[in-house]
Design a protein around this ligand. Structure first.
Ligand code: NAI
Ligand code: MG
Length: 354
């Protein structure tokens, strides 16, 4: 299989962990006889410095031509006081919008070795393996009006969705469930919100198209509680933008370190942008100690969702698990105590070997 991949390393540890992902992908290409071609473009702070904009046109154009995009992280103290159009985050929001990526997937899996790295009790985290499918381009964050009114004495934000927007994300949720344990939890606030009533209606309508998937509806407040009292009950959770934003951060405490969490941003076709959940970690950048696993697991998501290379993706995931099981860990997973602490390069080498 031949694939063209655009790399957007960005800032801080983004560049360090991107090298790791590339190394792992090269190893996979060798092992399975694929040809992955990489081209690297600027985004975020580095793009501001070099091109005077966080999202140069050539970066957008290259992404549109590619089969998939890997992104490291953007941002850092150097650009914190920039005016808002010259902020690194603008690059990130801009590229998601330019590419029409409406579905954000965050798999949250408690690796057995890391059970006690979570602040939650081990027996609670044990067996948790869920996927949050968050709507990324609609809802409260984009609805208009969103403004102060009456001389600043009142304020309005708008939670707007079209039926079509709900249908495409709900379809994505069902499709993901079909590839996993075939259970879909739709999270809404249908007892109060009109938008949630339409959401629930769409899920009920779509059910017939996916007869192999079991569906449940859970109100968002109850979902927040269940997520940290009995996370193992969830397989795929599909929800609107803001609920997904909040629930996915809540769910991240199940895994123990930000350095472990990958994500995928998708649309209807197989194209996608894949990035770790963490930021550019300026506090440890340049020291060679960043945990590359979130970035490596993001590359595995790319193999699965954009290239439909299930075996290759599984191999990467099982290599990560094996390395952790052996007790190897980066400094952020220090909680493992008796294992062996390694840097970014060594961790990558270990994953490639397994
Ligand atoms: P952060 O995720 O960069 O770091 C939070 C803490 O986790 C730090 O102590 C960091 O050292 C640690 N950490 C994160 N990833 C790690 C890894 N792979 N290995 C080891 N330790 C890791 O979030 P923070 O500090 O709030 O933001 C730093 C910069 O990153 C800011 O400029 C922020 O705007 C940007 N940011 C960018 C994101 C993106 O590009 N998607 C997401 C979040 C923040
Ligand atoms: Mg968030």
């Amino acid at each position: 299989m031949k694939k063209q991949i655009v790399l957007l390393p960005g800032d801080g540890i983004g560049t360090e962990v991107m090298d790791s992902a590339k190394e792992v992908l090269n190893a996979i290409a060798d092992e399975f006889n694929h040809t992955f071609t990489f081209s690297t473009y600027d985004i975020g702070g580095v793009a501001i410095d070099k091109h005077g904009t966080p999202l140069p046109d050539e970066t957008t154009a290259a992404c549109k031509e590619a089969d998939a995009v890997l992104l490291g992280a953007v941002g850092g103290p150097k650009w914190d006081n920039n005016p808002s159009h010259l902020r690194p985050e603008r690059g990130l929001l801009g590229i998601r919008k330019e590419l029409g990526l409406f579905a954000n997937l965050r798999p949250i899996k408690g690796f057995p070795t890391l059970l006690h790295a979570s602040p939650l009790k081990e027996h609670v985290v044990d067996g948790s393996d869920l996927l949050i499918v968050r709507e990324l381009t609609g809802g409260l964050y984009f609805g208009t009006p969103s403004e102060r009114q009456n001389d600043g004495q009142s304020v309005v934000d708008t939670l707007a969705y079209t039926r079509k927007e709900i249908e495409r994300i709900v379809d994505k949720g069902f499709q993901c469930a079909q590839l996993r344990r075939k259970k879909l939890t739709s999270v809404d606030k249908a007892n109060v919100l009109e938008s949630s009533k339409l959401w629930r209606e769409v899920v009920e309508e779509k059910k017939a198209q996916y007869p192999d998937v079991t569906v449940e509806h859970v109100l968002v407040d109850a979902a927040a509680m269940k997520l940290i009292t009995n996370p193992a009950q969830f397989d795929v959770m599909v929800t609107e933008n803001m609920f997904g934003d909040i629930l996915s951060d809540e769910a991240s405490v199940l895994t123990g370190s930000l350095g472990m969490l990958p994500s995928a941003s998708l649309r209807e076709d197989s194209f996608g942008l894949y990035e770790p959940v963490h930021g550019s970690a300026p506090d440890i950048a340049g020291q060679g100690i960043a945990n590359p696993l979130a970035m490596i697991l993001s590359a595995a998501l790319m193999l699965k969702h954009s290239f439909h290379l299930e075996n290759e993706a599984n191999l990467v995931e099982s290599a990560v698990k094996a390395v952790l099981d052996e007790g190897y860990h980066t400094a952020d997973l220090n909680i493992l105590g008796n294992g062996q602490k390694v840097g970014t390069e060594k961790m990558t080498e270990l994953v490639v070997q397994f």
